[in-house]
Structure formats: structure tokens, C-alpha cells
Ligand binder design. Structure first.
Ligand code: C2E
Ligand code: CA
Ligand code: CA
Length: 393
């Protein structure tokens, strides 16, 4: 599928043809539509990235179309075109924005070719090209940064205290802006750069944990571990040395492993993990429930924590079976003396359901999004004060 899809909604065939031609020349896959009745249906099937919307269409007004769009799941950028006067265009823009539609611009027809080109070119999604060389350069030039996702522990009824954070890597790319692991981690894994990347993330995060400790802030640190390291017999010693170098207690560190990671060579992995666990480093089985042999891992490997995947957390509000599933997982983990952490908690209702199930720890946007250390400190102060007040009153 073309990354750039333009829907032209205009009943004037000449105008629509002109708009479509300009779009195509810029590299858009263009769909033309002149019947407003089929607007939302077409939006849902084409999934346009940009819509050129004429406000004045016989049979239906453009505002009603904006409202339909606001209720749809598709989130295109909208350029409003109108033969009406400027004030009408401004009003429509404001209405659209207030409904949550992503209005990217507006203009009165007729529009000059170069003006339209400029508007449409600005909205082209850049295809991100991430090569190993470029990533290596990014690492060397210090473009990687670490964000911290707060983690709260249940300390009593209604009392969730943030006492930890998970380190998540980001790349401040000079052209593409802030990139997330989904954009570049696979490049690192496939090209051996995961060693340099992990070294950077671990050192940065451990240094941050040392700073937090020196400020008297109790912050356990979660670190994500790639498959590469659990097959490296020298890793436990290096990890422990790094923790000691930062004057931290191994029991304040949790290494997180996706269940898909742990499978390749179970014997070797068990050797590496057991040596870390014996030295009191916590081990967390991440994304639990998404892989296939997860139960066996929980049974055989020395995990101290299991992270319940956010797909189940998200469904808890609406699905009884998701709640039953979570309840079963928490029960099983506790029977195995493993603590539980739910990912992706986005509202109070979910937090309360998790508390009722006896879940021990939580993460998610409701507690706070991943952010730079400074911002996370502020989130934590607000959250902990607010929750302490609630628990007291
Ligand atoms: P993960 O370990 O499962 O991390 C959780 C992901 O969910 C993060 O995405 C986080 O920002 C996001 N998240 C947290 N709370 C919420 C919420 O309430 N709602 C929603 N919708 N999302 C939430 P992110 O940062 O894009 O990380 C993706 C994955 O990349 C991580 O998944 C982790 O496996 C991997 N990763 C990140 N940093 C590193 C690293 O330094 N090394 C390695 N090996 N992997 C890393
Ligand atoms: Ca993780
Ligand atoms: Ca996860």
C-alpha cells in the first residue's frame, strides 16, 4: 500500500481532476469521490492519509462530513477547500478542530497550482530509511536518549506508590524527529549494533538510578534485554560489575526479557539467568501471554516478576473473559511466588480492577507516560502526593 493516500471529495469534476492530478504528481495514490453519501464508507476502506474536502457539496454540508470523520477511527489530515468566503472557512476549521479532526489547512477556491502543491507536499509522510550505518552514526554522535516509564507498586488499599521506572530507548533523529524502538531496534538486532545500543542504555539508566538514589528517591530500574545477551555466558559478571560501578544494589535492578526471546537455547539461557538471579538481580518475563510457550518459561526459568501484556489490560473494561484471564494469571504467578505487573493501564477503572485481582505493580499512561528523567520526577511527585492524599482521605 502506498504510504500516501489522498481522498479528493469535490462534486465539481474539473476541480476534482485538477486536485487529483497535483496529488498524483506528488506521489499520492488518489481516490476521487463526488457523492457525499459514500464519504465515510470510502474513508474507512481507502484509509486516506490526507483528505481534500470541499465544504459545499449538494445534498450534504461539509460540516456534517467533518462530524462523521470525527466519529471514525481513521485519522487523516484534512485540507478544507471552499468556494465560500474566508469567514466560512475559518468557522469550519475551528469547528473541525473542536471535534477533534486533524485540520491541516484551509483555502478558498480557486487555488493556485503552486499553493496547492505546497500544501499537499507538506503533508507527505516521509518514508523513514534507517540503515545500520546511519544508526551506528547516531549512536556515536549521541543521538540516542533514554526515557523512563514510571512503575507503581500497591502498598495498601487504594495506595499505589511509584517506586520504579523502566528505561526505554529513543532516537532523536536529526531529520525524522523522535523515533521509537519499533523504528530502529530491529536494525540494531540484525546488525550487531544491539551491543553498543544496550551498552549506552544501561550506562545511561544506571547513572540516572545512581542520581535518584543520591537524592533519596527510591527508584527500582527496569532494563530491557535482547536475546543476544542471554546467550552470552560472560554477561552476568559484566552486568553485576556495571551495577556495582554505579553503587547500586542488584535487587533494585530488573532485567526484562520478552518470552519470545528466552526460547532459542533454553539451557544456555537458564545458565545465564540463574547466575543473575542468585546475585539478587530481578528477572521479569515481559509481554506475558503473547507467545506460545509462556507457561513453561514461568515454570522453568528463575523469573521473579511477570509482566501481563497490555492487550489483556486494555480489554479488561469491556470483556469479562479478559478479566478472568488476568485473574488466572495473577493467581498462577502468585502460586509460583512470582510478582505481577500489568502494562498499559490507561484509566482509574482498570487500576481498580487490577487491585481487586491482587496485581502487585502497574505501568501505563494513567500513572505516567515514558519521558525524560526530569519530567518523570515531576510526574512521580504529583502522583505520589495525590495518591497518598486519597488513601488517607
Ligand atoms: P515493552 O518493554 O513491552 O515496553 C512497553 C511499551 O509500551 C513502550 O513502548 C511504552 O512506551 C508503551 N506503553 C507504556 N504504557 C502504555 C500505555 O498506557 N498505553 C500504550 N498504548 N502504550 C504504553 P516503546 O517505548 O515504543 O517500546 C517498545 C519496545 O521496544 C519495548 O516494549 C521494548 O521491548 C523495546 N525496547 C525499548 N527500549 C529498549 C532497549 O533499550 N533495549 C531493548 N533490547 N529493547 C528495548
Ligand atoms: Ca519491557
Ligand atoms: Ca511489554
Amino acid at each position: 500500500m502506498n504510504d500516501n493516500r489522498l481522498l479528493v471529495m469535490d462534486d465539481d469534476p474539473e476541480v476534482a481532476k485538477f486536485f487529483a492530478q497535483v496529488g498524483e504528481d506528488l506521489g499520492y495514490a488518489v481516490t476521487r469521490l463526488d457523492e457525499p453519501e459514500r464519504f465515510i464508507q470510502t474513508v474507512e476502506s481507502v484509509q486516506p492519509t490526507v483528505i481534500l474536502l470541499d465544504l459545499q457539496i449538494p445534498g450534504k454540508d461539509g460540516i456534517a462530513l467533518l462530524r462523521d470523520l470525527a466519529h471514525s477511527r481513521v485519522r487523516p489530515k484534512v485540507l478544507i477547500a471552499s468556494g465560500l468566503d474566508n469567514r466560512m472557512v475559518t468557522t469550519a476549521t475551528e469547528l473541525g478542530l473542536s471535534m477533534g479532526v486533524d485540520i491541516a489547512g484551509a483555502f478558498c477556491k480557486p487555488i493556485a497550482l503552486d499553493e496547492l502543491e505546497l500544501q499537499l507536499a507538506r503533508l507527505l509522510v516521509q518514508r523513514k530509511i534507517i540503515t545500520a550505518d546511519r544508526l551506528r552514526e547516531g549512536i556515536i554522535e549521541g543521538q540516542l536518549v533514554v526515557h523512563y516509564l514510571p512503575k507503581a507498586t500497591r502498598r495498601g488499599p487504594g495506595r499505589w506508590v511509584v517506586d520504579g521506572a523502566e528505561a526505554l530507548v529513543r532516537w532523536e533523529h536529526p531529520e525524522y524527529g523522535l523515533l521509537y524502538p519499533g523504528d530502529f531496534l530491529h536494525v540494531a538486532e540484525d546488525n550487531g549494533l544491539i551491543v553498543e545500543l544496550t551498552d549506552f542504555v544501561f550506562r545511561t539508566a544506571l547513572e540516572q538510578a545512581r542520581i535518584w538514589k543520591s537524592k533519596g528517591l527510591r527508584m527500582d530500574l527496569g532494563l530491557n534485554l535482547s536475546a543476544h545477551f542471554v546467550a552470552d555466558l560472560g554477561f552476568p559478571e559484566r552486568m553485576l560489575a556495571l551495577i556495582a560501578e554505579h553503587d547500586l544494589d542488584p535487587s533494585s535492578i530488573t532485567l526484562e526479557l520478552k518470552e519470545t526471546t528466552a526460547v532459542e537455547d533454553p539451557e544456555l539461557t537458564l545458565d545465564v539467568l540463574a547466575r543473575l538471579r542468585v546475585k539478587n538481580v530481578n528477572l521479569c518475563l515481559d509481554d506475558f501471554g503473547t507467545g506460545s510457550s509462556s507457561l513453561t518459561h514461568l515454570y522453568r526459568m528463575p523469573f521473579s516478576e511477570v509482566k501481563l501484556d497490555n492487550t489483556f489490560t486494555k480489554d479488561m473494561g469491556t470483556r469479562e473473559d479478559a478479566r478472568a484471564f488476568m485473574e488466572g494469571l495473577v493467581y498462577l504467578a502468585h502460586k509460583l511466588k512470582i510478582s505481577t505487573c500489568a502494562e498499559g493501564v490507561e484509566d482509574e477503572a482498570t487500576l481498580q480492577m487490577l487491585e481487586a485481582l491482587g496485581c502487585d505493580r502497574v505501568q501505563g499512561h494513567f500513572i505516567g507516560p515514558a519521558a525524560r528523567a526530569r519530567d518523570v520526577e515531576r510526574t512521580i511527585a504529583v502522583w505520589n502526593a495525590d495518591r497518598a492524599e486519597r488513601a488517607a482521605g
